[in-house]
Each structure stands twice: as structure tokens, then as C-alpha cells.
Design a protein around this ligand. Sequence first.
Ligand code: ADP
Ligand code: MG
Length: 316
Amino acid sequence: MTSGPAGEPVIRLSSVAYTYRGPPPVTALKPTSLVIQRGEHVAITGPSGSGKSTLLNLLGLLDKPTKGSIEIDGIDVGAAPERERAAVRAHRIGFVFQSFHLLPYRTSIENVMLAQVYSDEPRRHRHAAAMAALTQVGLDHRAHALPTALSGGERQRVAIARALVNRPSLLMCDEPTGNLDTATTLELTDLLESLHRAGATLVVITHNPVVAGRAQRQIAIRDGELTEISSTTTAPQTVAPDPQPGSGAPEPPPAPQTGPPDPQPGSGPPNPPPVPTEPLPPTDPEPPRPPPTLSDRPPPADHAPGGLDALGFPDD
Ligand code: ADP
Ligand code: MG
């Protein structure tokens, strides 16, 4: 992860609101201010329709707020041109999704290396960096396995390695254990916690109270309003629903969410993950998915697993 002093804001939402235009218009996020500091591990929970995906799309720069401003690492990304937003997404945010989104005909290390296509890492260092990311998630010994040969938990570890390989400022996880059984969920939660201890900044959207309970800070979202429900940080209160004109006394915070999980039609993220893309071949079996930057055709017969040629990188 990008290093930097702990306690420095990675994300700052200032009076951010989001309204779907409709018709009819739907205010999915009410004006909210939120600061997430470097090194925090934050869980966001809420029932279906409460605004989680809307918030994720804003935090991940997939959408722009209809009101207010968003800063990532001090960059006012709401106002930035799309090119700069794309660069922030590619370099500063690592995404992890419920359904892994690995390319099926690419090995673990190739899937991780796909995230490096637009990175600043010199090509000759990419293989080693990808292997280091796999080591970080305890999967270096499966570097040359195809996703079909991996368990669900191992696939998600590859996806986490891919999200980490460019050393983002922030790891954004959307229901990262949603497709995993209980034992694997615990393993993944241990991994997220160890990444946090190693300095990662994590935002985890989850329905699972066990996963949420391992975060240092828990934020509930309900009807587009965020409420801090627990925090073990020494940071000041950093979720602030903006004052509503004419509103009376503030409502008590809602109880922690225990509702049923969202239906996940299509199981993909609401928008494809945000990386500069080249057109995908029509044979791609499961769009949308992260860094779709290279062909997903089966490798050629002379394919050497993990080799740069297999990824189409010219030699240095
Ligand atoms: P969650 O992810 O917590 O289930 P969402 O962020 O998807 O919630 O939705 C929040 C609210 O915004 C819901 O009332 C939902 O119906 C509405 N909404 C989501 N997407 C759209 C859209 N494209 N157009 C209009 N309303 C939407
Ligand atoms: Mg959702």
C-alpha cells in the first residue's frame, strides 16, 4: 500500500449527496461529510436499498456526486477531468468484489499482472511485484494455477493480490466474503485484518456482522444516511450528516444492521471497475469485471505459464 503518515485523510467527503435523475429523482445519498484516514479499517453496513452501492460508486470514482466534494489523497476528484479520475482509480484505489472477477484463462500471477498494465512499475519489475502481492496473500505457491483450479477463498486472495499490486492508498471491498462459506470467510477476514495491521487502509462493504465486527470503525447506512455505530480509533467523529433545513432534534442512531443480504443479480459490480480499457473480445464470459485490459482468449499452445509473452508484453 502507498505509505504515508497514519491519520492523514485518504478520503474526505464534504456535504456529498447523490440523486439519481429519474424520473422520478431518487436521493440515494443525503448530504454527508465523512473522513477516512490512512490506516483505518472501516466497515459499512446497511440493508438493501440503503445506498451502499451508491456510496461505493462515489468512493470508487465510478460516479460523481450531484452535490458536495470528494477528495482522495487531497485531490478534488469530483472536479477533476475524467483522465485524472481514471488515474486516481487505477493508481490509488484497489477494488475487490464479491465475485472475484478473475480472467478464467489466465493464471493467478497473470491475473495480478493485468492490474499493472497502466502502472508506473517498470515492466521488468512487474513479475516480481505480482509475486510479492501473491506472497502477501499467502498464495505464491499457486501463482501458476488457473482460477478453475483454485478454491473460492484462493480466488478471492488472487483478487486481493491484484488489488494490492499497485500499492493503492485504499482497498475498497464490496461484499468480499459474499460468495464464501463460513470457514473461508473467517480466513479472508483474518487476511483483511493482517493487511490492515501492515498499514492498509480498508473500506469493506458487508452484510456479514462477523466481517464488520473485525473492522476498527463501523458505519451504518440507512435511507442514504450514514451513522457511525462504533469506532475504536482515536480519530475525531468524522461522519457528519449535514444539517437539514427545518429539522428538529437529531434521531438516535439506528441499530446495527442485521437484515438479509442484498440480492445480487448478475453478481457483478454496479459498474465495471474503473481502469482504462481496451475493447474486450465478444467471447468474454462474465462482464463486467476489473482491469479488462487484455484479451481473455485462451493462451496459445506455446504459452509458458506466468511468462510475459503470454500477456502480450514485449520484452524490455
Ligand atoms: P444498496 O446498494 O444499499 O442496495 P443502492 O445504492 O443500490 O442501495 O440504492 C439506493 C437507492 O437508490 C435505492 O432506493 C435504489 O432504488 C435507488 N437507485 C439505485 N440505482 C438507481 C438508479 N439507477 N436510478 C434510480 N434509482 C436508483
Ligand atoms: Mg448494492
